[in-house]
Each structure stands twice: as structure tokens, then as C-alpha cells.
Ligand binder design. Structure first.
Ligand code: FAD
Length: 389
């Protein structure tokens, strides 16, 4: 009997869920291996808490994958040699029959001059650990958060609540995609926490202890860059078809557009024709689960379904005591209704716990994880068959 070898690249939300699910549902004898550049899973969605002084939130990979029978290899992926069918690591290589790329994203350092050299950031684990050390060192210089999206607002609120001097500068309004009343609420909370806001203000250059604005003014303080994520560059290192964003371009079954043996999920993947699927744990986990189901279907000689997903809410914390939960339509567009205050904080905390809980439960009961999907359109075939073997 042929023993298929499935290799999952990356030990974040998408990779872990996928590896557990494949190991639990693939035909007997399938070998599943997960490669991660670190021996633990990090709760990346709590890194704004970490930079403000909370303890690191890490879980050893062995605890999440050991019981599922997934082999763990700690090493840095450098690329995929498609003709040889191997994953290239910093020390050696790993053969595969099918690969699932889930190497995620990191801080987008290149988008603004001086950020890579001088700014702090909560956006990926390395940067967050550096920032946590800076904040813990007792340096009292103001922290100038640059950005107005979810990560910037969460980080500014967290730091201000713990007594730091915080300013926030953003090129547009704060939370531009939220409903006006929700946005006004968030602005009110930030101000009440002592954050000084500069909206509609573009930053030109970041220096070590100063942020230079496009209008010529300078704000003294250490920049905290929250201007977005870039996907891991593996699409180029593996010579896979890529979207303009640099993400691996995948079809609706989450299989690479250019390599039938490679699949991708999470921040590193772009589903063709689904521009609304923003990077987020909210999409990474469903994509990881769906890619796993596509791989299992392939191993069983079956056809895979199309990935279907609908957004429900956008959750953010505003410090430890307040939160904001914006309801959205299936395409992630804000609706008028939102939850705030302690109720918002309670929902946000439950969502964070649920994501880790889902990883703990999927190992015990593979296939348990479910996500919100839009109803199939009336008259559409119940199973959208996409992936002939
Ligand atoms: C402060 C903050 C708050 C956030 N809050 C939310 C939120 O509330 N809701 C939400 O939906 N999203 C949120 N996000 C975004 C969310 O964290 C990411 O979108 C999500 O982690 C993506 O999951 P992933 O599995 O694709 O990648 P990741 O979680 O980034 O995992 C990628 C994994 O691959 C590993 N890896 C990377 N490169 C290599 C390599 N070369 N070799 C081997 N392994 C490698 C990494 O170590 C990591 O384990 C937040 C992000 C931040 C920074």
C-alpha cells in the first residue's frame, strides 16, 4: 500500500488546524508532518496585549499535535523544490506527496521609510517580543502608534490603559470601515484613555525617536508601526502562481493555481475571485480546515468542494475592560448594529478563547471545527465539484 506523505508548512492557526484534521480523516497509513520555525504556537491575536506587558501566550506544538499523531519538525522553510517534490529547510529537505502552505504573514516594514530600522510593532511575534522588551524597560518616551485599523486601535488602547503616553496618527479616520456610531464610540474610548489622536495625517518618515509628518511637523516619540501585514514570501521561493499581494493564488478548493500538489491557507493564500477575504484568524482557521478537507478528498480519490465563507462580526478590544463588536454583512461590510463596553469586551475575549479551544478540540475530534457559510444559492448544485484527481 502506498503511504502518502502530507507536509504542512507553518504552525499558526491555519497550519495546526489543517494538520490535525488531515491526520484524523486521511486514509490509514497517511503520514502527516508539520514544519514550523518555532516549537510553539503563538496566539498572534493577543500580541497587542503582549507588547503592553502581558505574559507571552504560547502553547507547545506537541500539546496540540502529539495526540493527533502529527510529526513535528522545527526548522525554517526556505522554499519548495517542485520537480523533486521536496520542501527546502535551513537544514535539509523533506519529501512530500501533497503540501499545504500556511506560513502566514508578518509586519509590512517596507511601506514607510524608516519603519524597518526604527519602529516597534506588535504585528508578528519577533517584532512583538522586541517591543515588549522596550515597553518593559521603563522607557517613558511617548509611543506614537502609526495606523488607524484594528491592530493600531487595539494596541493604542492597551498601552494607554496601562499608563503609557500614547499618540495615534493615521492617514485616514480611525477604523474607516466601521459604522459611524461604532467609530465615534472607539474614538471616545481612546480619548478617555488619554490617547491623543491625529486623524487624516500622513506620516512621511520614521526616525528612532521621532515621527515626521508629511505636512512638515514632527512628533517626538518612538513609532509603533501598525500599517498592515505582508504575506510570507514563499509564493516566490516556491515558484507558485502569486496574486499581486504576493499571496499564493489558489482555486476555490484552496489548491495552488500552478501546482496540483500544493495547497495554501491563511494569510499566505489568496482565493481567486474572493477579494473580500481579508487576512485574519477569522479566515485562516476556516481556510485551514477547508484545505484539509480538500487534501483528504484528493487522497481518497474524491472531488473537493468549493470554499464558502461569510463574515459575521469584527471584534476588537479597547483595553481589558471595554470592547467593540461590529456586525458585518457576509462580505465584511459594516452594518449599523454593534456591541460595546463590557459586553463587547466579553464577546471579544470569548472569540479569542474559542480560537484556541477549537485547536484543542479538533485534535480530539477531527472534523469538529465548523465556520459560518452563506447558504447555497437556490438551484445551485448541492456539492460544487471542482477537483478531479
Ligand atoms: C495584534 C494582532 C491582533 C489580531 N487580532 C485579530 C483578530 O481579532 N481577528 C482576526 O481575525 N485576526 C486578527 N489578527 C490577525 C491574525 O493574527 C492573523 O491573520 C492570523 O494569525 C493568520 O493565521 P495564519 O495561520 O495564516 O498565520 P500565522 O498565525 O502568522 O502563522 C504562521 C506560522 O508559520 C510559521 N512560519 C512562518 N514562516 C516560516 C518558515 N519560513 N518556516 C517555518 N515556519 C514558518 C510561523 O512561525 C507561524 O507559526 C491579529 C493580528 C495581530 C498582530
Amino acid at each position: 500500500m502506498k503511504q502518502d506523505r502530507v507536509v504542512v508548512l507553518g504552525g499558526g492557526y491555519a497550519g495546526i488546524l489543517a494538520a490535525q484534521r488531515i491526520a484524523g480523516r486521511a486514509p490509514a497509513g497517511t503520514r502527516v508532518e508539520l514544519i514550523s520555525d518555532r516549537p510553539h504556537f503563538t496566539e498572534r491575536i493577543r500580541l497587542h496585549e503582549r507588547v503592553a506587558g502581558s505574559a507571552p501566550r504560547r502553547i507547545p506544538l506537541q500539546r496540540l499535535l502529539g495526540r493527533a499523531g502529527v510529526t513535528i519538525r522545527v526548522g525554517r522553510v526556505e522554499g519548495i523544490d517542485r520537480s523533486a517534490g521536496t520542501v527546502r529547510l535551513d537544514g535539509g529537505s523533506v519529501p512530500f506527496d501533497l503540501a499545504l502552505v500556511a506560513t502566514g504573514s508578518r509586519t509590512d516594514w517596507e511601506r514607510i521609510a524608516g519603519a524597518a530600522e526604527h519602529a516597534l510593532s506588535p504585528c508578528d511575534e519577533e517584532a512583538a517580543e522586541r517591543m515588549a522588551a522596550h515597553v518593559a524597560s521603563g522607557n517613558l518616551a511617548p509611543l506614537v502608534v502609526v495606523g488607524g485599523g484594528l491592530t493600531a486601535v487595539e494596541t493604542a488602547a492597551e498601552l494607554a490603559e496601562r499608563g503609557h503616553v500614547v499618540r495615534l496618527v493615521t492617514a485616514g479616520p480611525v477604523l474607516p470601515d466601521h459604522a459611524p456610531a461604532a467609530r465615534a464610540y472607539a474614538v471616545g474610548v481612546l480619548r478617555a484613555l488619554g490617547v491623543r489622536l491625529r486623524e487624516e495625517t500622513r506620516v512621511a518618515v520614521i526616525e528612532r525617536d521621532a515621527v515626521h509628518l508629511a505636512d512638515g511637523e514632527t512628533i517626538a516619540g518612538r513609532a509603533v508601526w501598525c500599517g498592515g501585514f505582508v504575506p510570507h514570501p514563499i509564493a516566490y521561493d516556491a515558484d507558485l502562481a502569486a496574486a499581486p499581494s504576493g499571496q499564493i493564488l489558489v482555486d476555490a478548493s484552496l489548491r495552488s493555481r500552478s501546482d496540483p500538489r500544493s495547497f495554501a491557507a491563511g494569510d499566505v493564500a489568496r482565493v481567486e475571485g474572493s477579494a473580500h477575504l481579508r487576512m485574519g484568524c477569522v479566515t485562516a482557521m476556516p481556510m485551514g480546515a477547508h484545505a484539509a478537507d480538500s487534501i483528504v478528498a484528493r487522497l481518497r480519490g474524491k472531488e473537493a468542494d468549493a470554499f464558502r465563507f461569510r463574515f459575521l462580526v469584527q471584534c476588537l478590544s479597547l483595553g481589558r475592560r471595554q470592547g467593540l463588536v461590529q456586525t458585518v454583512d457576509p462580505w465584511d461590510r459594516a452594518l449599523p448594529r454593534f456591541f460595546r463596553g463590557r459586553t463587547g469586551a466579553w464577546i471579544k475575549e470569548r472569540v479569542c478563547r474559542l480560537s484556541v479551544g477549537a485547536l484543542e478540540w479538533e485534535q480530539r475530534l477531527p472534523g469538529l471545527y465548523r465556520w459560518p457559510r452563506p447558504p447555497l444559492q437556490h438551484g445551485a448544485p448541492l456539492r460544487e465539484r471542482l477537483l478531479p484527481r
